[in-house]
Design a protein around this ligand. Structure first.
Ligand SMILES: C[S@@+](CC[C@H](N)C(=O)[O-])C[C@H]1O[C@@H](n2cnc3c(N)ncnc32)[C@H](O)[C@@H]1O
Length: 189
């Protein structure tokens, strides 16, 4: 199973679908990252689970989990993803049953990592000495990425794991996810 954890420093619910970037603390970036991790042309990657950490909710962090094995009605447009997120955030009843496909629980990065369970942990970091193309990725990897604000040093230290860079240029998180996914496909992971 592939798992991706995208840390939204200010992302939050209670947004307007008509101005997602301006009203959601850039949840739009996280949703595009989820799309890059989960969708292929005409299909869903059933081997992938995505955690979107919403660190900007006034009542405390929450995490949205999208389970590739069971998720239904995922479409590639950002608004459709935002509608799914909006509905899940409105109930926010805990991760519970993964057959629901999309769920929300109170808690942030620590919760996401605990729920992701065991696996090879990688942090995508522009300054990492190791390039994604050097060596192979371990089975059942978990990748942690930042949003437009990146990962602050304290968070980075908390995560641990192996740092990986995907190339010499800092790109948007969704593009970084697409590069990783492509490399995993090439490595048959
Ligand atoms: C737009 S970047 C963050 C930029 C932010 N201003 C910073 O300085 O950290 C979003 C995230 O994508 C990932 N990322 C982007 N480019 C990368 C690269 N070349 N190598 C590894 N990770 C990268 C990192 O996880 C990063 O936190």
């Amino acid at each position: 199973v592939r798992r991706f954890v995208i840390v939204g420093n200010k992302a939050r619910g209670g947004f307007s679908l008509d101005d997602l970037p301006g009203t959601s603390g850039r949840l739009d970036l996280l949703l595009r990252s989820a799309r890059a991790a989960l969708l292929v042309s005409h299909g869903v990657r059933r081997d992938t689970i995505v955690y979107l950490v919403l660190g900007g909710d006034p009542a405390g962090p929450r995490t949205l989990r999208i389970d590739g094995p069971t998720a239904k009605f995922l479409r590639p447009d950002e608004r459709a993803f935002a509608v799914i997120a909006q509905k899940a955030l409105a109930s926010s009843t805990g991760f519970g049953d993964p057959t629901r496909g999309v769920s929300v629980a109170a808690g942030g990065l620590d919760l996401a990592l605990a729920d992701a369970g065991p696996g090879a942990l990688y942090v995508l970091d522009e300054a990492a000495p190791r390039d994604l193309r050097e060596g192979t990725i371990d089975p059942d990897p978990i990748f942690v990425l930042g949003d437009h604000l990146g990962l602050d040093p304290a968070t980075r230290a908390r995560v641990g794991g192996a740092a990986l860079r995907i190339g010499p240029v800092s790109v948007h998180a969704d593009d970084a996810v697409a590069v990783v996914v492509n490399e995993l496909d090439r490595q048959g992971r």
